[in-house]
Write a protein that binds this ligand. Structure first.
Ligand code: GLT
Ligand code: MN
Ligand code: MN
Ligand code: MN
Length: 386
């Protein structure tokens, strides 16, 4: 009946279900929800965990006493309701200090303050048991490039990540770090805008093995790219450390729609990749209930994200078991054992044999691979007709 359980590893951010429905043109439409209350509600719905920014729990100007009280109450709620905190991150975007970036601010004092804030936030995450630490560089970017910092920004960013990786090791926290790309919003152009650019950057870090990706469905879609393709590239590189599931119409502002709400086929192929591609981390929903909704709408939204995932997971199983689909797949993917031998591994002999082989180019060009048929079968499966 598509009821989630802890084993499904569904997580939400405090900032997601806790989003009060503010947008750049309008005030909040809902009351803020306390962190312990969110924990209780998510547990009732069958979630596995809850993730947070430092300031989702502890206001930026909280006293030490207030911090301790908030953390104590949150931890109590987690243990009362059996939820975990797999991922933590830092708010490096709300405060005006970060208006021109955090790690990539042109002001060395802001860069140092950002490092300090992240270290405190990493301490908090470790206290709550988080093992993945996300960096979404929302403010790391520019509107105008007259400041001439494009190259400096990358090296400041690199220095900060190298520093923080060592801090984690020095403290014995054992974090794995996940970079979350986004092409724009809130900045005109955000640095490391796509999964591909983040993968390229990770290779330049001192300890690349500690760093991976937290790709988001909406963000790759905003960049005009395919989310399943981005997820596949991260998986292939062994870099899918975390994932932000939501939905998005292309060519729009960041919408953070309920998972599956817009691009159902993209959602299906994403679930298929996660379930069959060896990802065993949390399935995190970084989405918001529509601003039109009241609190009941928020929980309907959260339930909907998980339910859609479970339905699509079942569809992926049906896809694997459907004889007609499997026959169409087998027809599409032409295998040849002799050629596999010849092309699998380079040797001078293989290269020579391959060079002197004749291929019936025209026949290759004539073959219809049956993708229309296969895709229609997939669509009908998703529509419940198979
Ligand atoms: C913010 C952003 C998300 C990021 C969060 C992590 S914060 O809501 O829009 O995509 O994942 O910092
Ligand atoms: Mn988003
Ligand atoms: Mn977002
Ligand atoms: Mn996100």
């Amino acid at each position: 009946d598509y009821r989630p359980s802890r084993e499904d590893k569904f997580t939400f951010g405090l900032w997601t279900v806790g989003n009060p429905g503010r947008d750049p043109f309008g005030e909040p439409t809902r009351k803020p929800l306390s962190a312990p209350y969110i924990v209780q509600k998510l547990a009732e719905l069958g979630a596995y965990g809850v993730n947070l920014h430092d300031n989702d729990l502890v206001p930026i100007d909280a006293s030490a006493q207030e911090r301790d009280r908030l953390v104590r109450e949150f931890r109590q709620a987690l243990s009362d309701h059996g939820l975990v905190v797999p991922m933590a991150t830092t708010n490096l975007f709300t405060d005006p200090a970060f208006k021109d970036g955090a790690f990539t601010s042109a002001d060395a004092r802001v860069r140092a303050y950002a490092l300090q804030k992240v270290m405190h936030s990493m301490d908090l995450g470790a206290e709550l048991g988080a093992t993945t630490y996300v960096f979404w560089g929302g403010r790391e970017g520019t509107e105008v490039d007259a400041g001439g910092k494009l190259l400096d920004a990358l090296s400041w960013f690199r220095d900060s990540l190298n520093f923080l990786a060592q801090y984690s090791q020095d403290q014995g926290y054992g974090y794995r770090f996940a970079l979350e790309p986004k092409p724009n919003e809130p900045r005109g152009d955000i640095f490391l805008p796509t999964v591909g650019s983040a993968l390229g950057f990770i290779a330049t870090l001192d300890q690349p093995d500690l760093f991976g990706l937290n790709p988001e469905f909406a963000h790759e879609t905003m960049a005009g790219l395919s989310f399943p393709h981005a997820v596949a590239q991260a998986l292939d590189a062994g870099k899918l450390f975390h994932i932000d599931l939501n939905d998005q119409k292309p060519g729009r502002f960041d919408q953070d729609l309920r998972f599956g709400a817009e691009n159902l086929k993209g959602a299906f192929f994403t679930v298929q990749l996660l379930e069959e591609g060896g990802y065993d981390g949390p399935r995190h929903f970084d989405a918001h209930a529509l601003r039109t909704e009241d609190e009941a709408g928020v929980w309907a939204f959260a339930r909907g994200c998980m339910r859609t995932y479970l339905i699509l997971r079942e569809k992926a199983e049906q896809f694997r078991a459907d004889p007609e689909i499997q026959a169409a797949l087998a027809a599409y993917r032409v295998e040849d054992a002799e050629l596999a031998e010849l092309t699998g591994k380079f040797s001078r002999e293989n290269a020579q044999a391959l060079k002197s082989r004749t291929f019936d180019r025209e026949a290759l060009g004539r073959r219809g691979p049956g993708l229309e048929h296969l895709d229609q079968l997939t669509l009908e499966l998703l529509l419940g007709l198979r």
